[in-house]
Design a protein around this ligand. Structure first.
Ligand code: FRU
Length: 482
């Protein structure tokens, strides 16, 4: 295995040189120039900067050799050159520095992650480990703070997400019972060093997949939210369409009994590429979520693999509660990437609106639509003739489809979902070369997908079965991260 210094020399070189990239190279989504990335880790606001760590195999496009990578930013536009900061080179993390979280204590950012260890027969052990980051940027591994797995659970025990409440520290961790059911356990500590099990979080989902990865427990304005990524849910016609899911339950957690009084599990994203999100609070009290824009076991579906890199992270999204649901919107800072207005429309009544110029597929479009008598609205983007991606909103049946079946490269995916029958439609869509994020109805529904349309498959058309009225439409070209 190459050392962290060699990886970082390679990173510096590849970010400094004027490299010619392929058509799929992203402008304003975080991806690495080489290797495979997955879950965002250790998200925190520390020392006046956002710290975004992530799972990174800097060697190739396989799920192996998991390091933690790091980028820092003050504004979500200008980023530091990525660095590998934790390598799987100690006995307690030798098969991967797996996912974990970050929490600021005093003048240090404390990282808590899972050390994944396998023996010769492939048997797994799991160690929960700490590393600290000081204000000068020195990162020091401290080793395991928890080296046992509680009775009744298998070694699929990982992804501790720490938080502080009152004068106690807690972490919630993904687990699998010996009956092979996924769940989340809660631990507590007075000093972030000695941890004891509080117990299992009691939800009504007792038989809901074989493993829950990357849980996060948060509280927004008095409401408790458990976000987790269950594996093993049956695919249904309008939900659970990806190989694994990510979603949340929302309600009230009783910290004495660990009974969680909650509503139904809602998926966070309905697109083809979203998993293992993590949420943190910044100094402006915003709850910011970043997801992995990818899914396990699908790396070879991606066109970037032949260029030595795969996957990216979603844009940072602010999350908030409305009508007992989590809504998402890209952080305000993303607006600073808007360049010129390519097209506008206000009060336009039509059955078709079109722009052939979409700035080489690096744009944002915003529109509010009065449906009038129309109940079928289609948006074709990344191409309008033979090859395109199509979002269909069918308000008669209350369903939506993201249809990539005419896309020539990569997966010909189709995703179906249910939508409420609103009179108005709001769309905020970000297209970034081969990454698309669509926010519908003010962020009630979000779809994130990697779509590999040919670079010349440009354009966007909004059409409907009856006249609609288009308001506040703005199409901006988008610049890139620096
Ligand atoms: C989720 C996950 C985590 C694990 C990490 C390993 O994508 O499988 O459970 O810690 O990725 O990279």
């Amino acid at each position: 295995m190459k050392s962290i210094n060699e990886i970082n020399d390679k990173a510096i070189k590849s970010y400094m040189e004027d490299k010619q990239f392929d058509d799929w190279k992203l402008n304003y989504h975080l991806e690495m120039n080489f290797g495979l990335i997955n879950d965002p880790n250790g998200l925190a606001y520390f020392n006046n900067e956002y710290y975004i760590f992530f799972q990174w195999n800097p060697f190739d496009c396989e799920h192996k050799f998991k390091h933690w990578g790091l980028v820092r930013t003050k504004d979500f536009i200008n980023y530091s050159i990525p660095k590998a900061v934790l390598a799987p080179d100690d006995w307690y993390d030798k098969n991967g520095c797996y996912s974990g979280s970050g929490i600021v204590i005093g003048d240090k950012l404390n990282l808590l992650y899972t050390g994944n260890v396998k023996d010769f027969q492939g048997n797994r052990s799991s160690y929960q480990c700490v590393a600290t980051v000081d204000k000068k940027g020195n990162i020091v591994k401290k080793g395991p703070v928890l080296d046992t797995i509680p009775e009744g659970y298998t070694p699929h025990f990982r992804d501790p997400k720490a938080y502080k409440m009152g004068d106690k520290f807690y972490f919630v961790i993904g687990a699998q019972s010996e009956g092979l059911k996924g769940c989340a356990l809660l631990y507590e500590s007075a000093d972030f060093e000695k941890w004891s099990l509080v117990g299992k979080i009691n939800t009504k989902y007792k038989d809901f997949g074989f493993m829950w990865e990357c849980p996060s427990l948060l509280n927004i304005n008095g409401t408790d939210i458990l976000i987790f990524s269950p594996q093993g849910l049956e695919k249904e016609e309008y939900r659970y369409q990806n190989i694994y899911q990510s979603g949340y339950i929302l309600g009230k957690l009783n910290y004495n009994t660990l009974d969680f009084d909650h509503g139904t599990f809602e998926e966070l994203d309905l697109g083809t590429d979203f998993y293992a999100p993590q949420v943190f609070k910044d100094d402006n009290n915003r709850d910011i979520m970043i997801g992995w824009m990818g899914l396990p076991e699908e790396e070879n579906d991606h066109m970037t693999v032949e260029h030595g890199r795969v996957h990216c992270l979603t844009m940072p999204r602010e999350i908030f509660i409305k009508d007992n649901l989590l809504y998402q919107k890209p952080v305000e800072e993303m607006k600073d990437l808007r360049q010129e207005v390519i097209a506008e429309a206000e009060g336009v009544i039509c059955t078709e609106w079109k722009s052939e110029n979409t700035n080489d597929n690096s744009y944002e479009i915003n529109a509010e639509i009065d449906r009038l008598n129309a109940d079928h609205i289609e948006i074709k983007f990344m191409g309008i003739d033979d090859e395109y991606s199509k979002l269909v909103l069918d308000f008669k049946n209350g369903t939506g489809i993201l249809d990539n079946s005419s896309i020539l490269n990569g997966p010909k995916s189709i995703r179906k979902f249910k939508i409420e029958k609103d009179e108005k439609v709001s769309i905020n869509m970000f297209v970034d070369k081969s990454a698309v994020e669509i926010y519908l109805q003010g962020g009630r529904y979000v779809l994130s997908s990697r779509i590999y349309s040919k670079n010349n498959s440009q354009g966007i058309i909004i059409s409907s079965n009856e006249e609609i009225k288009i308001n506040n439409l703005n199409l901006w070209s988008m610049g890139g991260f620096k």
